[in-house]
Ligand binder design. Structure first.
Ligand code: NAD
Length: 508
């Protein structure tokens, strides 16, 4: 199949002029491609062209392109009134309503009028490329081309090979993506492709943690945004996207993976969706928006440190060292003996384990023992963890002490992996499993997640930064404490952690 995007007769077809179709039209025309657009609703096509003209005009006003280029781009767009107009297109991208029957009818029709070797691509976000291709006479020419919303702002595009897709078809679409000034990444067909699969790790794990009453919703949002560097806390993000979008997608991916525990949805999310607390769009979600903005609560003032002695466990050498340095700088009353004095505040720095397990294993008085996450957030927002026996005075002493240098800190209840350790490890584990399945190259997994989800790191970089051995320990501790296969480490992670390799290292 030789598709020449530079040939004078190359024309890209786009079916569906909704939110996605119009965005794809815009980036294609701006990228210099001639485009034919069709929608069953002719009014939609007209609105789409007006919308694209406005967007290109705005881009010219902002100096992102010249006025001449914007005006020329608009002339490249042709609205067609019947699908017959696609007969001379070498590639058609379908961005019609997410319904398999509608899509199958479209492909059957296209097969009847396009050339034998012309490519049919779909922008579906949840349907299997292989399944959609299966009724086609020529499934080798069928491929996924998954753009993100809003298309002009989201540079990522996933190019997805179905089981029978001819590799040259995906190659042609990678080139097409680049011509549209996108950042294409290649992957094999898999539920949720790359981005939507990895995206299950963040919100859902946060919802599981909240369901266990470990922390309030605003606290979880603050810890993950300020502590771990996510642009938005998981619940703020869920409110923005809408539970009616996120929860059904989660249920679908979980089912498509034959109920893989790593993707298990959260009961609270379904309940809140059914209660109509969808997020910003219904003015009520995890936060209230009735005033027009998010009612994010003010943080309560921190308690004062009362000067009591502080003893830091040496069990984790790195955690001990870094916490000792902080407490010394703050001017905490450090005890340096081998065991804590009678009234000392006891700080432990577990990796993966909860405070209960750590205190019992180390023979420490649980009433005076609190955990501090020394792996994530120490410089930006600290996480301090109690256990069911913790006395309030010791909790307050730890909170006062660890905010004594102006860094914020949040107290949570006992939880394996605190919050950041656990969520980052969950995301990393999903990325590792995608690598293990060969769905995409390690670099592409990270690239897709950074561009598509705006995470501060891709899953494998997160793991390398935390240390693969630490991630393995965190997941094993979660699996041990919960007895839940959800946390079982991917063999990709385990092998690289045990061999002290980077998570990007591939086997020959
Ligand atoms: P939309 O509802 O905004 O637009 C769909 C358009 O398809 C409508 O204009 C409709 O008239 C048209 N249509 C329906 N049947 C048609 C047919 N037989 N022939 C031609 N046009 C037809 O939907 P959307 O959000 O643009 O989504 C389109 C596709 O993109 C879906 O497959 C969706 O899963 C996928 N997608 C959506 C998003 C998103 O955030 N909205 C992101 C990525 C992918």
């Amino acid at each position: 199949m030789a598709i020449n995007l530079d040939s004078d007769d190359f024309t890209l077809g786009i079916i569906g002029a909704g939110a996605m179709g119009r965005g794809i039209v815009q980036v294609a025309a701006a990228g210099g491609l001639r485009v034919k657009l069709f929608d069953v609703n002719a009014e939609q096509s007209k609105n789409a062209v007006d919308f694209v003209a406005k967007m290109l005009g705005r881009a010219a006003e902002k100096g992102q392109m010249s006025e001449t280029d914007a005006a020329t781009a608009i002339t490249r767009i042709q609205v067609i009134e019947t699908t017959q107009g696609f007969s001379d297109c070498q590639i058609v991208i379908e961005a019609a309503t997410e319904n398999p029957d509608i899509k199958n009818n479209i492909y059957q029709n296209l097969e009847g009028l396009m050339a034998e070797d012309a490519i049919i691509a779909t922008n579906t976000s949840s349907l299997s490329i292989t399944t959609l291709a299966s009724p086609l006479k020529n499934p080798e020419r069928f491929v996924g081309m998954h753009f993100f919303n809003p298309v002009p702002l989201m540079r990522l595009v996933e190019v997805i090979d179905g089981v029978r897709t001819d590799p040259c078809v995906g190659d042609a679409l990678m080139e097409l993506g680049r011509r549209m000034t996108r950042e294409p990444v290649r992957c094999n067909d898999s539920p949720g492709f790359l981005v939507n699969q990895v995206g299950r790790g963040y919100n859902i794990e946060a919802a599981h943690i909240h369901s266990e009453q470990v922390a309030d919703i605003p606290d979880l949002d603050l810890i993950l945004s300020e502590g771990a560097g996510f642009r938005m806390g998981p619940f703020t993000l869920l409110d923005l996207t809408g539970l009616d979008v996120t929860h059904p997608a989660t249920e679908l991916i979980y089912r498509q993976f034959y109920e893989e525990p790593r993707y298990r949805p959260n009961v609270m999310m379904r309940a809140r969706m059914e209660a109509g607390m969808l997020g910003r769009k219904t003015k009520r979600g995890f936060y209230d928006y009735s005033s027009g903005k998010q009612d994010f609560p003010e943080e309560a003032p921190y308690p004062e440190y009362d000067g009591r002695p502080v003893w830091i466990s040496r069990e984790e050498a790195d955690g001990h060292a870094v916490l000792t340095e902080i407490v010394s700088k703050i001017g905490g009353n450090l005890e340096t003996g081998d065991s804590p004095g009678n009234n000392a505040l006891i700080l432990v720095t577990p990796i993966g384990d909860d405070v209960t397990t750590t205190a019992v294993a180390q023979g420490l008085d649980p009433a005076r023992t609190l955990g501090v996450d020394t792996l994530v957030g120490l410089a930006t927002r600290r996480t301090i963890m109690t256990n069911p026996a913790t006395e309030p005075a010791y909790r307050d002493a730890a909170h006062g002490l660890l905010t004594g240098d102006g860094v914020k800190a949040t107290v949570i209840r006992d939880c394996p992996g605190f919050i950041c350790q656990r969520i980052v490890s969950t995301i990393c584990n999903i990325g590792c499993q995608i690598a293990q399945f060969g769905t995409a190259e390690p670099e592409d997994i990270d690239k897709a997640v950074v561009l598509g989800l705006n995470y501060p790191n891709g899953p494998l970089t997160f793991g390398d930064k935390l240390g693969p051995k630490n991630v393995l320990r965190i997941l094993e501790a979660c699996q041990h404490i919960y007895g839940d296969p959800r946390y079982r480490p991917s063999p990709w992670l385990r092998r690289r952690a045990e061999l002290e390799l980077s998570l990007f290292d591939k086997e020959i």
